[in-house]
Design a protein around this ligand. Structure first.
Ligand SMILES: Cc1cc2nc3c(=O)[nH]c(=O)nc-3n(C[C@H](O)[C@H](O)[C@H](O)COP(=O)(O)OP(=O)(O)OC[C@H]3O[C@@H](n4cnc5c(N)ncnc54)[C@H](O)[C@@H]3O)c2cc1C
Length: 397
């Protein structure tokens, strides 16, 4: 009998995990199904580009996975029953159910309005393709001189503010940050960010915690009203509520708690990767939601599953950071080098070279999804019944 592996979500991490599993295990021993709501692989790290009017390369999952041994199933996941080992799905034919022996949960995350009054009703977001396209359409209808306020001074906020300002120099673009602009960067990185904001004419409202959003303005904790024909909300991501509704052990924010092999600490036949998982990095610090840490995590999960099913050696690497790659429009960038646990060091790369670097990183990330062993030769191993039976048994604490 084939061992049934179901991977939920074909974003950076789910697609990488599914592809890598197919390279590690014999096709006759396993049935790998990749379930995704959309027919395409979406390059989420380029959603600011899509929103600003650029067209992205279409990447149909059916083409990416043709001949790999991974079956792509187009459906929306509506629930998971970890006791019965089933996934509830809905597709054009109505509701259905899929049974699994091993589950990889990789449903990613969406935007997080944080309960701020008016944000859910009036703000735009770029956490996924639908949101980015909605913003794109709205921006196209704005007249010269109208105001766009980006709420959130993190990487996503900085990327969308600069992208819009570069594409639409006729608009009045501002960014509201809770703290000082780029305060997480090195002095060199911060200075460069300010320089680019100045050049693009972006107003930075610093120490401005936004507490309300209306159709034509945002208001801040200190009572300031900032005009905003369009508000873009980028203060962080929130995971989908599906895991929280299961018996899986999750954090207060709904991320699945996993061990160093990305395996659920409560259910040994479930793995979680990417934004959906709470993964510890160097110094036992949680890794932030990112493609940069999510993809190595997906490789680790796939290698661990393959090792457990074949009686091989478990991977035991720690996932670390090297740099934060930030685009500042198409012509400018900022590569902030960081410690293993993601704190800025003095060195930073800026300017056009940084823009090229970032573009190469984005291209490499998409290439890596289609080439989940990075072109290295691989050996597909046999699943043994004994190892497979052991793989779903909880290790003693
Ligand atoms: C504008 C922007 C810029 C970013 N820039 C960077 C960057 O420079 N570097 C970096 O490291 N990170 C960046 N990130 C973060 C990065 O994109 C995410 O951390 C990463 O995509 C997480 O990967 P994932 O596989 O967990 O989730 P995703 O890539 O979001 O994939 C989740 C998949 O699950 C599918 N899905 C969701 N719900 C369901 C459901 N119910 N049923 C079926 N399918 C479902 C989705 O369609 C999607 O295909 C950026 C994010 C944004 C929005």
């Amino acid at each position: 009998m084939q061992h049934r592996i179901i991977v939920l979500g074909a974003g950076y991490t789910g697609a990488s995990a599914a592809g890598r599993l197919a390279k590690r295990l014999r096709g006759e021993d396993v049935a790998i199904t990749l379930v995704n709501a959309e027919p395409d692989f979406v390059e989420r790290v380029r959603m600011h580009q899509l929103a600003a009017g650029q067209d992205l390369t279409p990447r149909p999952l059916s083409e990416m996975f043709a001949g790999t041994g991974v079956e792509v199933r187009l459906a929306k996941v509506t629930g998971v029953d970890v006791e019965r080992r089933t996934v509830a799905v809905a597709d054009a034919n109505g509701p259905g159910e899929l049974g699994y022996d091993t589950l990889v949960y990789a449903l990613g995350s969406g935007w997080n309005a944080e309960g701020v009054p008016g944000a859910a009703e009036h703000a735009y977001e770029i956490a996924g393709r639908a949101g980015a396209l909605r913003l794109r359409e709205r921006l196209a209808r704005l007249d010269a001189g109208q105001s766009v306020v980006v709420v959130g001074g993190g990487l996503t906020g900085v990327e969308i503010a600069t992208e819009i300002a570069e594409a639409r120099p006729d608009l009045d673009v501002a960014l509201a940050a809770r703290d000082a602009l780029g305060d997480w960067l090195s002095p060199k990185g911060r200075a460069h960010l300010r320089k680019v904001f100045g050049r693009l004419g972006i107003t930075a409202h610093e120490h401005a915690a936004v507490t309300g959003v209306e159709a034509d303005r945002v208001t801040t904790a200190d009572g300031q009203a900032i005009p905003a024909a369009v508000t873009v909300w980028t203060t962080g991501f929130a995971v989908h509520p599906i895991a929280q509704a299961t018996a899986l052990e999750v954090t207060g924010t709904g991320q699945i708690v996993v061990d160093g092999t990305l395996r659920s600490v409560s259910h040994p036949d479930v793995y979680a990767v990417g934004d959906a998982a709470m993964v510890m990095g160097p110094g036992d610090k949680p890794l932030r939601m990112s493609c940069a840490s999510g993809v190595p995590g997906a490789w680790q999960a796939a290698d661990a599953i393959a090792a457990r099913l074949t009686g091989g050696k478990l991977p035991n690497g720690t996932i670390r950071y090297f740099n934060q790659c930030i685009s500042l429009g198409r012509k400018e960038g900022l590569i902030q080098f960081v410690t293993a646990d993601d704190r800025a060091v003095g060195a930073a790369l800026t300017g056009r070279l940084a823009a090229v670097y970032k573009e190469l990183v984005c291209k490499a990330a998409a290439w890596g999804v289609a080439n989940p062993t990075l072109g290295m030769p691989t050996r597909r191993r046999r699943v043994t019944q004994r190892a497979a039976a052991r793989s779903s048994v909880k290790a003693p604490a």
